[in-house]
Design a protein around this ligand. Structure first.
Ligand code: PEP
Ligand code: MN
Length: 359
């Protein structure tokens, strides 16, 4: 467990209820667009507005945000509509500009969190300022790097901190734009107990249809809040058009969320958990046994001068097991990840045998 000096992540007048919702467009595009979305969101009960002013884009020559010119628009949202405002900062200049214009909450984007120099620069610019800061996970699934960024910001004196889970970059974007790897935010929560975690289903999913199921999953995993991209005309958005939803859709999705009890240690639940414990024990015993057999194969291959990896055999195992698993209700994605991981461990065992010094 890591102890950070944290205070409750809140602002005056914000109701203490789950989920904390932050909504607004990916990018502030024009003053009219900002005011229109914010007005609509306010009428649907949203209290915190998001809009990117400086946009980190993967490729050059794409829209990189309106820059400082958009900050007075956020000021209008705050003054005229009474919403809290939030935006992304990626360097010290962004921090100074955002603070000068009275932005209420800052966030650090995924690309910045991956870079300790950038995070430290932001932390130094924030020293002596009391403002809530949200820290997105780094693009790579590295809980230590995420935690490091949180510690840097905390050590600069920022006490109201929340983490944002926005998924992790993957070469193979089959379902998600950024694969969720839920165990990473869960691990972060285990390491820093009091840290609120907000889910960003927009950047995880990359498409509108996934926002509702990912939000529900986040609630089922006890996440504290949701940050959701919302635009008055999603299809025409200049950035991230495929994943934005109208304020109306947002209101609908939020109204359908099922919020289950966080703590529940009822008898039936304890009983089920006991079963899970036992099954995990069985799983480990079987895996250990499988590794012992793999070692025997390693000995045999060594004595007969054969290589460890035999691709056709491995392909055969993968294909057979995946279709067998599917018949048993296990997804092919899960089966493939699990088998690869077991295979890696078997190879490690066999390599150990192969490289053992004789006598
Ligand atoms: C964003 O929130 O619009 C954004 C750029 O997100 P991320 O840093 O998660 O890619
Ligand atoms: Mn975006």
């Amino acid at each position: 467990m890591i102890n950070l000096e944290l205070e409750k992540f809140t602002l005056p007048g914000l109701e203490d209820k789950r989920p904390l919702v932050i909504a607004g467009p990916c990018s502030a595009e024009t003053e009219e667009q900002v005011m229109e979305v914010a007005t609509d969101l306010k009428s649907r009960g949203i209290k915190i507005f998001r809009a990117g002013i400086w946009k980190p884009r993967t490729r050059p020559n794409t829209f990189e945000g309106v820059g400082e010119a958009g900050l007075p628009w956020l000021k209008r949202v705050q003054k005229e509509l009474g919403l809290y405002t939030s935006t992304e900062v990626a360097n010290a200049k962004h921090v100074y500009e955002a603070l000068k214009h009275g932005v209420d909450i800052l966030w650090i984007g995924a690309r910045s969190t991956a870079n300790p120099f950038a995070v430290q620069e932001i932390a130094d610019a924030l020293r002596g300022v009391d403002i809530p800061v949200m820290i997105k996970n780094p693009i790579n699934p590295d809980v230590e790097l995420w935690l490091g960024a949180i510690e840097r910001i905390n050590q600069a004196g920022i006490k109201r901190i929340a983490a944002i889970h926005r998924g992790f970059s993957a070469y193979d974007k089959k379902i998600y734009r950024n694969i969720p790897q839920w165990h990473i935010p869960i691990e972060l929560r285990r390491k820093v107990r009091d840290l609120p975690i907000i889910c960003d289903p927009s950047h995880i999913g990359g498409k509108r249809e996934l926002i509702a199921p990912i939000s529900q999953q986040a609630m089922d995993l006890n996440f504290d809040g949701l940050i959701i991209e919302s635009h008055n005309c999603p299809e025409k958005a200049i950035s991230d058009a495929a994943q934005q939803i109208t304020p109306e859709t947002l209101e609908y999705i939020l109204s359908k969320l099922v919020l289950r009890e966080i703590t529940g240690t009822t008898e039936p639940l304890n009983e089920l958990r006991k079963q899970i414990d036992e099954l995990d024990n069985d799983l480990m015993a079987i895996l250990a046994k499988r590794m012992r057999v793999a070692r025997e194969i390693g000995t045999y291959k060594k004595e007969n001068n054969m290589t460890i990896l035999q691709t056709t055999r491995y392909d055969e195992i993968l294909n057979n097991r995946i279709s067998q698993g599917e018949k048993m209700g296990l997804s092919s994605e899960f089966m493939s990840r699990m088998l690869k991981s077991i295979h890696e461990e078997s190879i490690r065992h066999q390599a150990e045998i192969m490289n053992e010094k004789e006598g």
